[in-house]
Design a protein around this ligand. Structure first.
Ligand SMILES: *Cc1c(COP(=O)(O)O)cnc(C)c1O
Length: 361
């Protein structure tokens, strides 16, 4: 068996806890309780039903999800929620308040147009190339909900706390920071997250939805696009994505063993502080975002001499530090520090930045 694991700073799909992968590798072939692969199991079995129930219970415990919220295990990625969410909550011609902070809000805005719903840009940081979280917004009172992206995976900004929207219904795209810190679920009407950043493999999307919103669509919707029948069928209207749910279930157990979201919040803050400090203290490097909007999950930075960027990447790779290239739309460098990223890897990257900076001063 190959035992050498590189330091994987990919922003998604991304690093998973090693002990989860080891358990999954074994149970992929023969699960000890089943005598066959976990992938060869019908989803209509007591074993699977119990696994789903436990996974949901663990998620509820980790995020302190109140009882009046349903948890849905869906497919289609976070992107599919840009479609499903307005179709369920907004009548045709209706308005959504968008807090525009980058690529993912852009895509949600574009899809609203496609669906004949209207986006009101209540706030935007586009003028400064999305280098910050906007501090003010002006809501359209007709808006059905306010959509914000808690962590901007591409630009490397993150809301320090949910935006203040008074009584307005708040919807959160938490794809790249869910369970990286505690979250006040009750302040939200709906939270969605693709699994493949901080939670598990690609193929699963979580939706946490206040139950009264399951039935907002008084208009006709295809059953597979409608939250209510999916919730009624406990996310098993049809075959659920068993493999990503299975791995996510193991990741949630791992998170509980680690001490939960509070412990993760502390560790993630420590890891981010370490890396930003190295960037700030090394003259050859600079962060891409304003200090008060910095993401703890996706650290974006660049070299002040851009021509050195390829050398930086190539040398980093010789230290097993991989996938540090910034998103193709903004360039530069980006390091993802999701829950499963160990402090030791971040320390190595910070040390390498300092060392590289000194050698190329
Ligand atoms: C990755 C990402 C998405 C898109 O996720 P898919 O699962 O690829 O559809 C949406 N929002 C955020 C914040 C993301 O990081």
């Amino acid at each position: 068996m190959i035992d050498h694991r590189i330091h994987n700073f990919s922003s998604g799909p991304s690093i998973l806890p090693r002990e989860v992968l080891e358990q999954a590798a074994q149970e992929l072939v023969i699960h000890p309780e089943l005598g066959h692969s976990i992938m060869e199991l019908s989803h209509r079995t007591p074993f699977w039903t119990a696994f789903m129930e436990r996974t949901e219970a663990d998620l509820r415990e980790l995020l302190a999800i109140p009882d009046d919220y349903a948890v849905l295990f869906l497919q289609g990625g976070a992107t599919f929620q840009f479609t499903m969410l307005p179709l369920n909550l907004v009548p045709e011609g209706g308005v959504v308040n968008m807090l525009h902070t980058g690529r993912w809000s852009q895509k949600a805005i574009a899809e609203l147009g496609q669906l004949k719903r209207r986006a009101h840009i209540a706030a935007s940081s586009e003028e400064t190339q999305f280098d910050r979280i906007p501090t003010h917004h002006t809501l359209d009172e007709e808006g059905v909900y306010v959509h914000y992206v808690d962590n901007n995976t591409i630009y490397g900004t993150e809301y320090p706390a949910p935006p203040e929207v008074g009584d307005a219904l708040l919807v959160c795209d938490a794809s790249s920071n869910i369970l990286s810190r505690p979250m006040d679920v009750a302040r939200h009407g709906l939270i969605f997250a693709g699994a493949q950043k901080n939670l598990g493999p690609a193929g699963l999307t979580l939706v946490i939805i206040r139950r009264d919103l399951l039935d907002r669509a008084t208009w006709s919707l295809p059953k597979t696009l409608h939250y209510r029948p999916i919730a009624q069928a406990h996310s098993m209207l049809n075959t659920p994505p068993v493999w990503p749910i299975y791995i996510t279930g193991l990741v949630l157990r791992w998170l509980k063993r680690q001490g939960g979201a509070e412990v993760m919040a502390q560790r993630n803050a420590d890891k981010a502080a370490l890396l930003y400090q190295a960037i700030d203290e090394t003259p050859l490097f600079e962060g891409c975002t304003t200090a008060d909007s910095r993401s703890r999950m996706n650290v974006t930075f660049r070299l002040t001499r851009d021509a050195l960027t390829p050398t930086f990447m190539a040398e980093a790779a010789t230290h097993d530090l991989h996938y540090l290239k910034g998103h193709r739309s903004i360039g530069g460098c980006r390091a993802a520090l999701y829950n499963a990223m160990p402090m030791e890897s971040v320390q190595l990257l910070a040390d390498f930045i300092r060392d590289f900076g000194q050698r190329h001063a």
